[in-house]
Design a binder for this molecule. Sequence first.
Ligand code: HEM
Length: 162
Amino acid sequence: MVSGGGQTQSAKLERSDGRFHSRDMASDSKTFHFDEVAKHNHKKDCWLIISGKVYDVTNFLDEHPGGDEVLLLAAEKDATEDFEDVGHSDNARSMMEQYYIGKVDLSTIPEKPNYKPPQQAAAAAPPQGNQSSGSAVKILQFLVPLLILGLAYALQYLRKKD
Ligand code: HEM
């Protein structure tokens, strides 16, 4: 996947310990398979995918102003949306460059895995069934006391008559 001649530069792709300049990042970079990036998903080894680029943020976890938890949660998936949703500053964006280690082959990123349209599943079917049985209970709650009252009056009436 690395285009011609890129191999000679592979030393630059060493992880967090070897930082390099943004100039390097534009010219030659390794392209990772998503599965390979996804393996680096823990505190001692954490890579992120943001806008098709791969960042080794292992050494940044403790420094991240938003905390390490969010970064760990953003590993093992395409974190672009999470990153953008926060509205990171230009400063944050330029900081990223020092953690850049390559690109991700976009075709290897899986579709959002466990995403099911929640509105249809949650909102549509169940309430309908519950509603009908629920309203039956309400009618009964109203009718039963009425019946008891009616019986009581009827008994009283019959007694008076005697
Ligand atoms: C290499 C990647 C990242 C870098 C260099 C970075 C850097 C920063 C910086 C410098 C800040 C301080 C506020 C700012 O300047 O915008 C920040 C805040 C924050 N970041 Fe990141 N960030 C990265 C990735 C992420 C990701 C993937 C998430 C996932 C949700 C995230 C969540 C947050 C949150 C929640 C805050 C706190 C915002 C606040 O309290 O106002 N960051 N980040």
